[in-house]
Design a protein around this ligand. Structure first.
Ligand SMILES: [Zn+2]
Ligand SMILES: [Zn+2]
Length: 214
């Protein structure tokens, strides 16, 4: 049993990652699909031919062809492939007897799955150091295209879910640009459908208006 973090070597209380790096990995898994969505939006086909792609934004200017090596390595498909391999491996470690055939690779779903299993992974999966490093690498590569800083969470308002006693949750709800599914960290309500988002907007408490006069 290890006693130190696979990344920084700090005492981790018997887990394979320290608390700081566990949190960092969880955050990365959450942001990765958003980042790679943006990568897709930054790269559009040039002229009509497939395979010729230019960067539409970024420091290089609107018409500069970008490095083809970058296109080979930085794209949704490759990120999905990497995360898929990790998911399959974790699944095999955890449930060696029954490993169901994995569904088609889906970066967002695989990131979510890994994030949900993170507690187990940190406790039982020595290769987590490599998983964390590769995830970091994928993030850095995406950033070379979409730029830094990371997309900022937008504050949408407060949670409008109502509990069994009719009390409105009221926790702050914020999401990353492009994020379409979100779970309230306080009450666990999941905002996923258009109706959910519409309700969130509609039921926001009225802004306190500035009192007129003194
Ligand atoms: Zn660490
Ligand atoms: Zn809530």
């Amino acid at each position: 049993m290890t006693a130190s973090c696979e990344l920084c070597g700090e005492n981790s209380g018997g887990r394979y990652l320290c608390e700081r790096h566990t949190v960092q990995l969880a955050k990365r898994l959450e942001e990765l699909p958003v980042l790679y969505n943006e990568v897709g939006e930054c790269l559009v086909p040039r002229r009509s031919g497939w395979g010729e792609i230019i960067a539409t934004k970024g420091a290089a200017g609107p018409q500069s062809p970008i490095d083809e090596d970058v296109l080979d390595t930085v794209n949704w498909g490759r990120a999905a492939e990497v995360l898929r391999l990790w998911r399959v491996d974790v699944q095999r470690e955890r449930w060696p007897r029954h490993s169901p055939p994995p569904p088609p690779a889906d970066l967002a779903a695989d990131c979510r799955w890994l994030a949900m299993e993170l507690e187990w992974i940190v406790d039982h999966y020595p290769a987590i150091g490599d998983l964390a490093r590769e995830t970091r690498e994928l993030e850095l590569q995406a950033r070379t295209i979409v730029g830094d800083p990371a997309p900022r969470p937008q504050r949408l308002g407060t949670c409008v879910a109502i509990d069994g006693e009719g009390v409105v949750c009221g926790a702050v709800i914020s999401r990353l640009p492009g994020q379409t599914r979100l779970k309230c960290r306080w009450c666990g309500y999941v905002y996923a459908t258009g109706q959910d988002w519409a309700n969130l907007e509609f039921f926001q408490p009225k802004e306190e208006s500035c009192p007129s006069g003194s």
